[in-house]
Design a binder for this molecule. Sequence first.
Ligand code: SF4
Length: 228
Amino acid sequence: MIAQDLTESARALDGKSPEAVLEWATERFSPKIAMATAFGAEGCCLVAMLAKIGRPVRIFNLDTDYQFEETLDTRRRLIEKYGVAIESVHARQSKAEIEAAHGPDLWKRDTNLCCRIRKVEPLRETVAGSDAWISAIRRDQTPDRAQSQVVEWDAKFELVKVNPLLHWTWKNVWSYIHTNDVPYNPLHDRGYPSIGCWPCTRPVQDGEDPRAGRWNGEKKECGLHSRG
Ligand code: SF4
């Protein structure tokens, strides 16, 4: 897909509904299109929408060894409700091998390295055979995400990135979940607006940034969506 084509598509799709963006993306790229999800509220909406569209998309979850049990249960409920396949993708090294190489609890000492081994590199390897990937980011989440386009070139992973929910608010997400009875992670009801690995996620207090509970506020991104 040439750069000008991508820019025109981004312009044409800006302001369209997430379903319309997914229709376009899957018509254009399926089956060489993937979606990574950690089963946050936004990702659950996208799974529901993709199930309705029905074209083949490689949906996968980065299993970091540290996901909450509630997260894994959300995966089970989505598969059961929508009949979609959701792969579990692991780091190339096992937990024991990572600990042998870097010591126990790497997340305590170097979250960037831990996220790189457990998230960034597995994602890179998984999307390598695809022409596009779908993410659940929203523009109002972080400064990096605010610079995104609905459709854009992802230089880090070298494929097209599709962001159908870019213009949605948290309210839009929950309206869709409740209207469509979408399974979601119950931790959202217990003060966790953003859910990642359990060692790096805590509930937030009223008035705190919704992502303040990730990495205790020390960083905003694990590296999958950062533009640098
Ligand atoms: S979020 Fe924490 S535990 Fe998960 S991969 Fe990153 S540093 Fe490791």
